[in-house]
Structures are given as C-alpha cells and as structure tokens.
Design a protein around this ligand. Structure first.
Ligand code: ZN
Ligand code: ZN
Length: 129
C-alpha cells in the first residue's frame, strides 16, 4: 500500500457490521448502505473500529446488542425462570416456589432463587444447627 493512499483505503463493497461502503465522499467519510437499505455517511475510522455499525434508524430502533441480551425470556437460571423483561431492563423471574421476583441483570448473574427461598434456606439452616 503506497503512502499516498494510506488514509484513503478503497473500501468500496467492504462490509463492517451492517454497513457496506458505497462511495467515498472525502475527508475519510464514506457513504454506507445499511442492511435495511438506508444510507448513512460516516467516517471510515469509526465504522472500522466498530463504533458505527448501522444506520441511524437501526441504531435507534433498539435492536442493538447489549450486555443484557445474554439472558432471554424463558431461560432457566437455577430455580428461577425468566418470564418477562421491562423497558428499564429489569427481569421478572418466576421461582420454583411459585413467587415472582424482579431482578437486575447484575443480580441475575449470581441469584439462583427468590428472596423468600433465601429466607427459607436460612431458617432451615438455623434449625439444623
Ligand atoms: Zn439500517
Ligand atoms: Zn422461591
């Protein structure tokens, strides 16, 4: 690769994330076509680094992948079955004991049963000791 073309790589037709490079606009900015068919102008460096992966419409539509998506509705975590997720990112879980409990993703990472079951376990342990 020659030094002159170093900052203007020909990316035409190359795909990063959901974006495919269509046309060089200058100043390291390319016109990209998203998988949904819409266009977006963005710096090649941003797209190549993964900071821009789709058009504005897709980026706003909420289907982006977040850390939260490692859990899904219907998944069983210990005695808990995930039955719902609210807009705030809280998971509603049905425990094997029949109670429902609401947990954050962080809590779900280590909890395996509801708080009531925790209390029952404590009482049982107290009685055994
Ligand atoms: Zn799109
Ligand atoms: Zn329980």
């Amino acid at each position: 690769m020659s030094k002159i073309r170093r900052d203007v790589d020909d990316l035409t037709g190359q795909r990063f994330g959901d974006l495919t490079a269509e046309e060089y606009l200058g100043g390291n900015v390319w016109r990209w076509r998203c998988t949904c068919g819409k266009h977006r102008d963005a710096r090649a460096s941003y797209v190549k680094a993964g900071r821009t992966t789709k058009c504005m419409t897709c980026a706003k539509s909420g289907n982006r992948r977040t850390r939260d998506t490692k859990y899904f509705i219907g998944e069983v975590v210990g005695k808990l079955t995930i039955i719902d997720k609210d807009l705030g990112g809280l998971w509603t879980c049905l425990c094997a004991c029949g109670l429902t409990t609401t947990l954050t993703t962080g809590q779900l990472a280590y909890r395996r049963q509801c708080y009531f079951c925790d209390e029952v376990d404590k009482l049982l342990q107290d009685n055994l000791l």
